[in-house]
Design a protein around this ligand. Structure first.
Ligand SMILES: NC(=O)c1ccc[n+]([C@@H]2O[C@H](COP(=O)([O-])OP(=O)(O)OC[C@H]3O[C@@H](n4cnc5c(N)ncnc54)[C@H](OP(=O)(O)O)[C@@H]3O)[C@@H](O)[C@H]2O)c1
Length: 325
């Protein structure tokens, strides 16, 4: 290949930004059944923050490279990956993994890779990998939304939140979205009614707008926040939790009472067939311009600390990316 070294981010401990180390290391060789990808962009997910802080139960063993969604070009095929696998050197692919993405080269199981349709820019494609697949599964596999439903999306200007809002509108739902005030134009632009959860109480705002309650709430905050979300849902409606950003107490029993349903969604990166099927559907929507991912800042791999600072300060609208080129 002619390339022997690469940069990657290594998480060396649990804690603050200092546990991220940008290291030089040899380019890995693809094992049997794997492909080697030269990364263009890696998505930055809040999940990476939770792993860094030790707040995610399935965090890989230390040290490891974080990052669960990448886009790039296939540069080498492992043995047993041949023409029949559908992949060739030069193909542009996206991959959903649990970790390993913050790196200039990534080896991945060929079965977990999906071709990027021509015409879909790489930065948009990488947004589809984790945020849109999660949003699609939250809407259609967890909540099973119908056209005409009224739904509330928390963190509506974030990576998953913008995806949820767009896909809920496409499914024919009326959407409310909580976000800080500076991000309301983005939320409105996606077709949702913004609610400033910082200067007002979303429960009060929602009961003013929808006194009979709504059909579903998508809540990544967790714990007691799920109980507050339940208060805006009608009898028979559903709260879908997915991520516990501030409060780690699982309150699912309490949420699923008084005639309201509760579902906790967690993406299973090992469910390759289902994820690939959903990812293809999302990439097709992107290639037909039915969805348009909102891209936040793109920072070079070496500036991973700055990128994470922006994310934890709540300063990002849409999806933040690491530029690994
Ligand atoms: N269960 C799963 O399989 C799964 C899959 C994907 C993501 N997730 C979860 O989904 C959530 C969203 O992930 P994401 O990557 O799309 O992140 P994100 O929403 O882009 O995260 C940043 C945004 O969240 C908002 N926010 C609300 N409360 C916050 C707080 N207490 N601290 C910091 N920011 C806060 C901020 O926007 P405002 O300024 O508008 O508040 C901020 O810009 C995360 O909790 C993640 O773990 C779960």
């Amino acid at each position: 290949m002619g390339v022997c070294g690469m940069l990657r981010v290594v998480q060396t401990g649990i804690g603050g930004l200092d546990v991220y180390d940008v290291q030089t290391c040899p380019v890995p060789k693809p094992a049997i059944g794997e492909i080697l990808i030269r990364t263009e962009f890696a998505g930055i997910n809040y999940l990476d923050v939770l792993m860094r802080r030790g707040e995610y139960t399935s965090t890989p063993k230390l040290p490891f490279t974080p990052g669960c969604g990448i886009v790039g070009t296939v540069v080498e095929l492992g043995s047993s990956v041949n023409g029949q696998s559908g992949f060739a050197v030069g193909d542009r692919v996206v991959v959903l993994t649990q970790s390993g993405g913050y790196s200039q080269y990534v080896t991945a199981d060929a079965r977990a890779a999906t071709h990027v349709p021509e015409g879909v820019p790489s930065d948009k494609a990488v947004c589809c990998v984790s945020s849109y697949v999660a949003a699609h599964q939250l809407l259609h596999r967890a909540a099973r939304v119908h056209g005409g439903w009224r739904v509330l999306v928390h963190s509506a200007a974030g990576g998953v939140g913008t995806a949820l809002t767009q896909l809920a509108r496409i499914a024919g739902c009326a959407v409310y979205g909580t976000a800080s005030a500076g991000k309301h134009d983005t939320v409105r632009g996606l077709g949702a009614v913004p609610i400033d959860y910082r200067s007002s109480d979303f429960v009060v705002e929602m009961s003013r707008n929808e006194p009979d309650g709504i059909d579903a709430v998508f809540d990544p905050i967790g714990g007691e926040h799920w109980l507050r979300s339940r208060r805006v849902v009608r009898r028979g409606g559903i709260v879908v939790g997915y991520g516990m950003r501030t409060i780690r107490t699982a309150a699912r029993m309490l949420v699923a009472s008084r005639g309201r349903r509760f579902s906790y969604y967690s993406m299973n990166t090992r469910n390759v067939l289902q994820n690939t099927e959903d990812l293809r559907l999302i990439l097709n929507l992107c290639s037909e311009n039915i969805i348009d991912p909102v891209i936040g800042p793109r920072l070079p791999l070496e500036r991973v600390h700055d990128a994470h600072r922006l994310l934890t300060d709540g300063a990002i609208t849409g999806k933040a990316l690491l530029d690994c080129r």
